[in-house]
Write a protein that binds this ligand. Sequence first.
Ligand code: NDP
Length: 398
Amino acid sequence: MKKLITVLGATGSIGVSTLDVVARHPDRYGVFALTAHRQVDKLYEQCLAHRPAYAVVERAEDAVALQRRLDAAECRCDVLYGPAALCDVASAPDVASVMAAIVGAAGLPPTLAAARAGKRVLLANKEALVMSGALFMAEVDTHGATLLPIDSEHNAIFQAMPSGHARPLETGGVTQILLTASGGPFRSTPISDLPAVTPDMACAHPNWVMGRKISVDSATMMNKGLEVIEARWLFAAPAERIQVVIHPQSVIHSLVAYSDGSVLAQLGNPDMRTPIAHALAYPERIDSGVKPLDLFEVARLDFERPDFARFPCLALAYRALRAGGVAPAVLNAANEVAVAAFLDGHLRFDRIAAVIADVLDAVPDAAADSLEVVFAADREAREVAASRVRAYLAGARP
Ligand code: NDP
């Protein structure tokens, strides 16, 4: 029988790659629901191609217009709208797997709804674990959901972990997780040139094609910081067991070191369809459409220690992880506001880290023991971050 899939964030970079893999296996997978935020034309084309039972957009007026177009095209699909509809299509009884690929904090409620409904959750939305790692993992355990990482690094770690990996790390003889990072487009740019970085420069990643927010996060290495926090929860690994390794070729997607001296790595061309296909079919293997890795073409693999002076966002993420409580949610919210301001031309690239550091200092810590507390910290962090951005814009801060 075909497995039905909901793709949250279908119109994004991960969503499009997911639909590419799904379309290669029409005998195995069907599409239950596709969701978008504002890219309604793209969602319309996806509905025609993949024939979901439901489509979800943000606004009522977009839903009405999309429904009319789909009806006219004789495409049987019910169009819903708003955050509650995202949770509904993520938790509907017919759904087997949910691709959680909405960007940012908006992805947390539907991803959590999928976990609470005991689904197989393919987790691209790292913000869900960064904001509420302990709560999220508890829901996964309580409701018997299966959590499969899509981030290429975490998917690689998952593949290199002992089979049937049970927490804690020591039980499997794991001594360290080596999380690789490309170093982004500014790995060797003079630090004095960073204030002049434009959004287009920051989004031109050397190896990966991604959405704009995560591209900026890769350029600041906040993306790696968020991934360190994500790894902490996925693999029950304390901060001191997670080492970031800069590996500019992005061929080794991460490694796991064992007490007997073995180090296992997962390699592949940098194409998100590999982890997506792995998680979709796990524990089986299916064709992803990715070109086979040619080691002779790769020829060499380089490694460097990360430079925290060049990448202060990475240091801030370790600080938030060690602080615990709501600090990672505060870090994430401040980063979202700062990155959006940078992409809108309202904040200099090198001030993204300064805004986040200020917000971490300003928002009081609290135990992250309920979603209400987490979202309250998220809101406060966004307000403080926005005020810091305004201060920079007004020239009130140096
Ligand atoms: P994109 O920006 O390309 O796509 C984001 C998707 O989320 C789009 O479908 C967008 O809809 C939707 N969306 C945005 N805001 C909202 C909202 N408020 N409510 C509902 N839907 C919304 O992002 P990516 O695909 O690059 O990334 C998605 C997630 O996966 C992120 O959490 C990222 O960190 C993670 N990830 C991405 C990787 C990559 O290679 N791209 C690698 C590993 C992880 P619309 O198109 O209509 O705006």
